[in-house]
Ligand binder design. Structure first.
Ligand code: HEC
Ligand code: HEC
Length: 423
């Protein structure tokens, strides 16, 4: 079976799907990041906030109240939600790192490592689906999955997490006060989601530029924004439509195979295996396959079982992207220059499912620097100082190592695409 190579490390079996354990737990996740000033709910008066979409993101059955938000914030930073008390949501979504963890793939309880990179929770309220493969729709639904994932927070069930929180008198009282009924699973998830909906992050130099301050972004970033919408072809996915510039969301809310390291896996064999083993709609089973097994590479296919979705992932919003590296669903690209090299050469790996919009771009080094400068201008003021340091760090790294660069391919013709294998 395809997982055989890794099976020395297998530790759990889901049906007959082998789940990859972490490498031996040599390290443990660090101390739980605390809620500081960067964890605070953000103002809705920031330049660039889409007022209507922000209102629309609040579901009727979970209205925002100040007390609920405070409760959700407390839970987000509380390790007692995890099986052994060591991991909170903030372990992997640390406000100091723009609500990510800085790791290629995340580390949960007992030092267990998953297969996916932690996206930011900033602006997650606008996502039409949650997770890289969109297997959850709402923030409430999303929040329940890491709690019970064995390599994240490791609870045997949501009920077990509720029991653990219920044993703390202060939480019992607060839940009663906020929801007017005893603590239960759905309300626990509502409180967390409610807090996440306050993490609205705009007000970047780009937002000020769009609002009319032409000097808010330097000339390089301005050229980058042009390239993003023209020769760079980024707008074909990182915009709501192909025809109109989208200065707000930077995503088409859909899924694409852009050729991130697909070759590493025998995806077709994996897809056949997944199809047989994971019953449609069993979100917890999909969650385990996505986080713990080689099937992670199948992306959206795990959810839809449709062949064109093999190794497709959600187009992420690009706000604060300077601070959310390493990049892509598997954290395989260290810098924004590496990301640009990936697109510039048109991925080009022998990948029958590659999106038609991916092709060699023939961008020069100057063009690449400009698009990176544009992406850096999407950094919100909370992270301004950190952004300056991070850009300098990535630039220095990119001057010595460019593992994804392939200039010949970037300036060459679009390679012929292999056909998908027959049934
Ligand atoms: C062990 C690390 C870890 C913990 C703990 C964790 N997450 Fe995540 N989170 C991730 C990873 C990795 C992903 C992406 C997984 C995927 O797409 O398959 C993710 C995805 C998300 C997303 C989806 C964002 C998007 O753009 O699609 C949200 C929202 C989120 N987590 C919130 C939470 C909340 C709330 C908690 C606590 C209840 C939590 N996370 C606990 C690692 C973690
Ligand atoms: C065909 C659609 C498509 C096009 C065109 C495209 N992207 Fe993407 N982008 C995606 C998808 C899908 C992902 C996630 C892929 C993955 O992780 O496997 C992504 C991921 C990224 C990421 C990583 C974000 C993160 O949080 O890890 C960056 C940065 C990015 N794109 C920038 C760009 C830029 C700049 C361009 C133009 C040069 C561009 N993209 C063109 C669809 C696209």
């Amino acid at each position: 079976m395809p997982g055989g190579r890794l099976c020395a490390a297998c530790f759990v079996v889901l049906g007959t799907v082998s789940l990859i354990a972490t490498q031996q737990a040599i390290t443990k996740p660090g101390p739980i990041p605390k809620a500081g000033p960067l964890a605070r709910p953000r103002s809705l008066q920031q330049v660039g906030v889409p007022a209507e979409a922000t209102r629309a993101a609040i579901p009727p059955d979970n209205p925002q109240t100040p007390e609920k938000i405070v409760l959700g914030e407390r839970l987000f930073f509380d390790g007692r939600l995890s099986a052994d008390g060591t991991v909170a949501c903030s372990t992997c979504h640390d406000p100091a790192r723009a609500f990510t963890d800085g790791r290629p793939t995340s580390m949960g309880i007992k030092g267990r490592i998953g297969q996916r990179n932690a996206p930011t929770v900033l602006n997650a309220l606008y996502n039409k689906t949650q997770f890289w493969d969109g297997r959850a729709t709402t923030l409430e639904e999303q929040a329940g999955l890491p709690i019970v994932n064995p390599v994240e927070m490791g609870q045997p069930s949501l009920g077990a997490a509720v029991a653990q929180i219920e044993a703390i008198p202060e939480y019992r009282e607060r839940f009663q006060h906020v929801f007017g009924r005893p603590l239960n699973g759905p309300d626990l998830l509502r409180a967390i989601a409610s807090y996440e909906r306050t993490l609205v992050s705009f007000d970047s130099p780009f937002d000020h530029f769009v609002a009319g301050s032409k000097n808010a972004m330097d000339a390089s970033a301005q050229r980058g924004w042009e390239l993003f919408n023209t020769r760079g072809r980024c707008n074909l996915c990182h915009a709501l439509t192909d025809t109109k510039r989208d200065p707000t969301f930077f995503t088409d809310n859909t899924f694409h195979n852009i050729g991130v390291l697909v070759v590493r896996h025998n995806v077709v064999a994996l897809a056949r295996q997944a199809e047989q083993l994971i019953k449609s709609g069993d979100t917890a089973a999909i969650d385990q396959a996505a986080i713990q097994s080689e099937m992670s590479a199948l992306g959206r296919f795990l959810v839809t079982k449709k062949e064109p979705d093999i190794a497709s992932f959600k187009t992420p919003n690009l706000r604060n992207v300077l601070l959310t590296g390493p990049y892509f669903h598997d954290g395989s690209h260290a810098t924004l220059w590496d990301v640009m090299d990936h697109y510039n050469k048109g991925a080009g790996l022998k990948n029958p499912y590659l999106d038609q919009d991916i092709q060699p771009l023939a961008l020069t080094e100057g063009d690449i620097d400009d698009v990176v400068a544009f992406m850096a201008s999407l950094t919100s003021p909370d992270y301004k100082e950190q952004g300056i340091k991070e850009l300098a760090r990535q630039r220095a790294l990119s001057r010595t190592t460019r593992p994804q660069r392939d200039t010949a391919r970037a300036f060459g013709p679009k390679p012929p695409q292999p056909k998908p294998p027959g049934p």
